[in-house]
Ligand binder design. Structure first.
Ligand code: SF4
Length: 355
């Protein structure tokens, strides 16, 4: 895997770029002005390992909620601004750790410079984010379509404006909902800038399709050493964005820890409801710090051997199930108690390992 070589930018207490680990971020889908709901969603995301959180700031009520939200959470808070430069300035003044703007919809140069000056004064970094839907009009006209080259040209033009104002505390993104275009755009951009890159597939889809499309696009980019922070964009509960992001990073060996599930694909020998049991175990162990490998296997004859790599696993027959550690059976239980007994054993295993 290729290494990353970008400038290090500080978002609150988290570093992006340099030699920092790839930071996992998400975005709330509550009304930001509803402080209680927003904070409670952020807290759930924090528990899953979210390291940076972005909230939409579509109005002044949202901008004015930022100080209280920030006071109640433990991770850096990013304000996402579209169209109204005054909301960007207000968010900066109200303590946002970073703002995200799309210069294409912020308006003329004078307004953009006002935002840059405020960000500089308060030492707040900015994500300069261009999507395929917001390429500068003159560039789009020339390219006719929102191609990867058009996306990159648009972002580089904005970047020049930032730098002309002596503003370099920047993270960049060029997202498209087309996976191949996103990959090409980031490859082009990566060669041209030294700023850290925020990667993601925008409007990726629902929990399943979005996870597949994000894993494909982000996996390829990360394997090439491109990307310093990522957001998996999924419609619905953002907790799935964090779960998916860590699955991608751990699959590529870019983050360690957590729970790795080894689940047999099931076959004609399967004697227990493998998928149901594995999903339940996955849900119950979601917050474990790990690292731990847990196996759920469909038959006693082959299961323990096939999953000998697992720290702890279960394999079942109709009436009896066996719990095994590193491929060796150490306990037999009744299949009807399979989930409760197995979760207890997992917890015991973790307690013993952490002694
Ligand atoms: S563990 Fe047993 S049930 Fe599962 S795939 Fe292998 S042989 Fe089939």
């Amino acid at each position: 895997m290729m290494s990353r070589t970008k400038k290090e930018i500080k978002i609150g207490g988290i570093s992006i770029g340099g030699s920092a680990p790839i930071a996992v971020q998400s975005m709330t889908n509550t009304k930001t002005a509803d402080i209680k709901k927003t904070v409670s969603q952020i807290k759930r995301l924090e528990r899953l390992g979210c390291e940076i959180i972005r909230v939409a700031v579509p109005d002044f009520a949202s901008a004015n909620a930022l100080p209280e939200i920030k006071r109640r959470i433990n991770i850096p808070l990013i304000a996402d601004i579209h169209f109204d430069y005054r909301l960007a300035i207000k968010s900066i003044e109200n303590g946002a750790d970073k703002i995200r703007i799309n210069p294409g919809n912020i308006g003329d140069k004078k307004r953009l410079f006002k935002v840059l000056d405020a960000a500089k004064k308060f030492k707040v970094p900015i994500r300069l984010g261009v999507n395929s839907g917001s390429i500068e009009k003159s560039i789009l006209k020339r390219y006719k379509h929102p191609t990867p080259a058009a996306l990159v040209e648009s972002v580089l033009k904005s970047l020049k404006l930032f730098e002309s104002r002596d503003f370099t505390d920047i993270v960049i993104s060029v997202k498209s909902s087309n996976v191949l275009d996103t990959i090409k755009a980031y490859e082009l951009l990566d060669k041209k800038v030294r700023y850290p890159l925020h990667i993601g597939i925008t409007e990726a889809g629902t929990r399943f399709t979005g996870a597949v499309r994000s894993s494909t696009g982000l996996g390829i980019l990360l394997f090439k050493g491109i990307g310093d922070t990522l957001r998996v964009s999924l419609a619905g509960n953002p907790e799935w964005e964090i779960i998916t992001a860590y699955q991608i990073l751990r699959s590529l060996g870019l983050r360690s820890g957590g729970v790795k599930m080894i689940v047999c694909p099931t076959c004609g020998r399967t004697d227990i409801p493998v998928e149901k049991i594995a999903s339940k175990i996955e849900r119950l162990t979601r917050y474990l710090k790990g690292p731990i490998k847990i196996a759920v296997m469909g038959c006693v004859v082959n299961g323990p051997g096939e999953a000998r790599d697992a720290d702890i696993g279960i394999a079942g027959s109709k009436d009896r199930a066996v719990i095994f550690k590193k491929g060796k059976i150490f306990k037999t239980i009744k299949t009807k108690n399979i989930i409760n007994s197995f979760v207890k054993e997992i917890e015991r295993y973790i307690r013993e390992e952490s002694k």
